[in-house]
Design a protein around this ligand. Structure first.
Ligand code: SF4
Length: 555
């Protein structure tokens, strides 16, 4: 019989680089109980921390994320489009840091991961015998930050299998709290947008993947398949192995948030998790070689790569692949006997723009979209895919539910409204409009979700110019070729900059009851976009998405 030896799976090594801001000691005290000291925390402290965390993270980024954007501007090997995207994202960060417009219009699902020391007790000051639900206290903070800020409510409650309704609060939050040793409470707050969440992928692989040749071939396919709809440059994470699918995915979430950066660099007989730095370097090179770049071609598909190896059952090999997007919204907090603390995020992103002044990316092709649609199409057809344009005029905004309703009208023989025929269609849904401003944060949503509508609508002379983020399916390329249409990529991520600098008027055109999913009319000035699919059957991303070799195992 072997000797029992316990080895924790996750072993943190090295210094914690987090800079902390002390939020005071109100509601936190040390008491004697059962012959030992316990830290007693008022649930109001949890509420305050959650509210502060989601407000901060909606407007501010970590310095190390901003540094990586600035590095793109300084890299002579970065493509002009890489630099344009990086500069736009930095401008966006500077606007969002003022605390009015959130950095991205998709202010995300609120997720909270807590580790609560067994000698940290949450007690209600009014009635110390009352049972306190930490998840409720934290959710109250989530509610407050989304209700008081110019954020977006994105959560849909299922009323029946097919009927849904926006909860109007952005609740429920996802709260996972585990008990650990000690008398501290560690918290991680993550605001994960839909586009980014959709790129958290699980692959059930086999031992056949675990050799360098198969692994690299598989990675080439899986990484290209990520596409650009989660707004690169990405913080990419890969987790290989796991004692269960959920262990793999939980590790992946923490890895994308930078929570596992200090894992050891080697494995152990007991099966500890480790970071494989050699594969991180190889995969980072691979991401550069794809040529996808920071959304529209170049070198910067990813800022960095984290590879974590976990133990596994001999008959299974779960692999998790995911990203933290350009809205890299992760913030830590803790409570200890000295009070509550929150991670300091960067309040001055503008200094990174000053550092890179004077590095131009060339002028865009200006397009007056108030001209008749045939003239707009005649202008666009002169330029190749990858061309940067700037739209001025009126666009119509419609996304998932509005498209479903328009399709229903078509099926009932009622035809499509003129506005989808006469104007470019921007797939988006805004955050709340701040007082005194024309628009709330208003970046593009993932185009791919609207792919199935394009052939049907284009055949009716509608949706001939569409704008959103990410790559599209072959049916869109085919429809654009058949009907003379175009799809343009709008930069994913800089929603505050679009709201402040490019969107001059916003009004509801139809379906006001759909809230942010209504059909909107917007007036734009110099709205940046790139031609991705043209009327000749070209798709800018198609050659970049082709894998070098066929993956050896499915996913
Ligand atoms: S940056 Fe892009 S992927 Fe991230 S939350 Fe915003 S829209 Fe979604």
């Amino acid at each position: 019989m072997p000797d029992f030896e316990y080895e924790p799976l996750i072993q943190h090594e090295g210094e914690d680089p987090t800079e902390w801001e002390h939020l005071g000691q109100d509601g936190v005290r040390v008491e004697q109980a059962l012959g030992q000291e316990v830290v007693v925390v008022d649930p109001a402290v949890l509420t305050r921390l959650a509210a502060r965390a989601f407000t901060d993270v909606s407007h501010l980024l970590r310095t190390r994320h901003l540094e990586k954007l600035a590095r793109i501007l300084e890299d002579p090997e970065a493509s002009p489009n890489d630099r344009f995207v990086a500069r736009d994202l930095l401008r966006n960060a500077a606007i969002a840091a003022a605390g009015v417009l959130p950095g991205c219009q998709d202010t995300g699902t609120a997720a909270i991961v807590g580790k609560k020391g067994q000698r940290m007790w949450t007690l209600s000051p009014g009635d110390r015998s009352a049972i306190v639900d930490d998840a409720e206290a934290l959710s109250r903070g989530v509610f407050k930050s989304y209700a008081e800020g110019n954020l977006r409510y994105s959560q849909l409650a299922p009323l029946t299998m097919f009927e849904e309704k926006n909860t109007g609060t952005n609740l429920p939050a996802q709260v996972d709290i585990s008990a650990v040793q000690g008398d501290e409470y560690e918290l991680l707050f993550v605001a994960k947008g839909g586009g980014s969440a959709n790129k958290m992928m699980l692959f059930q692989e086999t031992k056949a993947l675990l050799n360098p040749k198969s692994f690299e071939a598989w990675l080439d396919g899986a990484i290209r398949k990520l596409g650009t709809s989660a707004c690169p440059p990405y913080h990419l994470a890969l987790v290989v192995g796991g004692t269960s699918a959920e262990a793999t995915m939980k590790t992946l979430k923490l890895a994308t948030a930078g929570e596992l950066d200090d894992l050891p660099a080697t494995g152990s007989k007991g099966g500890r998790a480790f970071r494989d730095r050699e594969w991180e370097e190889r995969i980072w090179r691979l991401t550069r070689e794809t040529g996808i770049g920071a959304q529209f071609g170049g070198k910067y598909f990813c800022h960095d790569v984290r590879v974590i190896r976990l133990p596994r059952h001999g008959a299974s090999c779960p692999v998790g692949l995911g990203v933290s997007c350009s809205a890299d919204r992760n913030v830590r907090a803790r409570i200890d006997r000295t009070g509550a603390w929150i991670e300091k995020l960067d309040r001055h992103p503008e200094r990174f723009l000053l550092r890179s002044e004077g590095q131009g990316e060339g002028a865009p092709v200006k397009v007056d979209i108030d001209r008749p649609m045939c003239e707009v199409l005649a202008t666009l057809t002169k330029y190749p895919v990858g061309t940067r344009v700037a739209f001025t005029g009126t666009m119509v905004v419609a996304r998932d539910i509005a498209h479903a309703k328009l399709a229903e009208r078509l099926e009932k023989g009622q035809g499509l409204p003129d506005y989808v025929k006469d104007k470019p269609i921007y797939y988006a849904g805004p955050a709340k409009t701040p007082k005194g401003m024309a628009s709330g944060s208003f970046g593009p949503t993932t185009a791919g979700r609207m792919d199935s509508y394009v052939p049907r609508f284009a055949a009716e002379g509608a949706s001939l110019v569409t704008l959103a983020k990410g790559n599209r399916g072959p049916e869109v390329t085919k429809a654009c070729k058949e009907h003379g249409g175009f799809y343009l990529g709008s930069i994913g991520g800089p929603a505050a900059r679009l709201a402040q600098d490019c969107i001059k008027e916003v009004s509801v055109l139809e379906y006001p009851e759909l809230g942010m999913e209504a059909v909107w009319r917007i007036r734009v000035e110099d709205f940046p976009a790139f031609i991705v699919v043209d009327d000749k059957g070209n798709d800018f991303y198609a050659p970049l998405m082709k894998t070098k070799a066929l993956p050896v195992a499915g996913g």
